[in-house]
Design a protein around this ligand. Structure first.
Ligand code: HEC
Length: 236
C-alpha cells in the first residue's frame, strides 16, 4: 500500500443536513445529546478504515481502493486533531493511532457472539446474505389480520425496503419519491423494461443521478426486477 499524507482540503467534516458530524464532540458522551464522532466515540482506526472501505461513498459502497480509503482514514483522524500535520499514515502505523474513547469499549462475552474468529480460508463474505423470512403463516394469525398482510406483500418489497428507501422514500438527490404518481408518470410511460434497465445500469438526468443498482453492487438483476414493479405499483 502506498504511503499517504492527509490531503489538504477545505471541508472539515462538520456534517451537512442529517449527515453526521465526523470530528469534535470530545467530552460530550455524558451529555443529554452526545456528539458521537470518530474522535469522541469510535474505538479504533481500523474500524474507520473498514467502514469507509465497505460502506462509502454513500451512493457507491465498495468502490474505493485501499489507498484511497487509507487517505480518507488519515484525513478523518487528522480532522479530529489526532494526527500531526506531517505524519504519514500507512498500513503499518494505522493501528498505532489510538482513539481517545478506546478504553470505554469492553469485549462482549455473551454466548451468541463469543465464537471462534475465522482467520484463514474463511467463507467469501460476498456469498453470505442475511435473509429474514416469516416462518409461520398459521391460521391463528388470521384474527389480527396478520396472514392477510403477509400474503399480500409484494415480492419486491423486501429489496425496496432494505436498499431503495434511503433515496426513494424522501427523494434524496432528486430520486423520484415512491408514492407520488406525478414524478413517476414519465418513467412509467417508458415501460417496465426501460425502468429496470435504468435501475440496473444507472441513470442520470437533470433530475439527479442514480448509480447502477442504487450503488448496491451485489444486488442481482432478479432483485431489481422485483423491486421496480413494487415501486411502480406504489406510485401509480
Ligand atoms: C443513492 C440514491 C438512490 C438509491 C439508493 C436508489 N435510487 Fe433509484 N433513483 C435515484 C435517482 C436520483 C433517480 C433519478 C435519476 C434520473 O432520473 O436521472 C432514480 C431513479 C430510479 C428509477 C427510475 C428510472 C427511470 O427509468 O426513470 C428506478 C426504477 C429506480 N430508481 C429504482 C431503484 C431501485 C430498484 C433501487 C434499489 C435497489 C434504487 N432505485 C435505489 C437514486 C437512488
Amino acid at each position: 500500500m502506498a504511503r499517504h499524507q492527509a490531503p489538504k482540503v477545505t471541508y472539515h467534516g462538520e456534517g451537512v443536513g442529517r449527515f453526521p458530524v465526523l470530528a469534535g464532540g470530545e467530552g460530550s458522551l455524558l451529555d443529554d445529546r452526545p456528539t458521537k464522532t470518530v474522535g469522541s466515540y469510535w474505538p479504533y482506526t481500523s474500524m474507520l478504515f473498514d467502514y469507509i472501505y465497505r460502506a462509502k461513498p454513500f451512493a457507491q459502497p465498495e468502490s474505493l481502493s485501499a489507498d484511497e480509503t487509507c487517505a480518507l482514514t488519515a484525513y478523518v483522524v487528522y480532522l479530529n486533531d489526532l494526527l500531526e500535520d506531517d505524519l504519514v499514515l500507512d498500513q503499518n502505523n494505522l493501528v498505532s493511532i489510538r482513539l481517545p474513547n478506546e478504553a470505554s469499549f469492553v469485549a462482549d462475552h455473551r454466548t451468541d457472539v463469543f465464537n471462534t474468529r475465522c482467520m484463514s480460508d474463511c467463507q467469501d463474505p460476498a456469498a453470505i446474505k442475511i435473509i429474514s423470512e416469516v416462518l409461520s403463516t398459521q391460521q391463528e394469525g388470521k384474527e389480527d389480520g396478520l396472514v392477510d398482510t403477509i400474503s399480500q406483500q409484494h415480492p419486491g418489497q423486501p429489496v425496496y425496503d432494505q436498499y431503495c428507501t434511503i433515496c426513494h422514500k424522501v427523494g434524496v438527490g432528486g430520486a423520484p419519491i415512491v408514492g407520488d404518481p406525478d414524478v413517476w408518470r414519465g418513467s412509467i410511460g417508458n415501460g417496465a423494461e426501460v425502468m429496470v434497465d435504468n435501475a440496473v445500469n444507472g441513470i442520470s438526468s437533470d433530475a439527479g443521478v442514480m448509480s447502477p443498482r442504487g450503488g448496491f453492487v451485489p444486488l442481482s438483476d432478479d432483485e431489481i426486477e422485483q423491486a421496480v414493479p413494487y415501486m411502480v405499483g406504489e406510485s401509480s
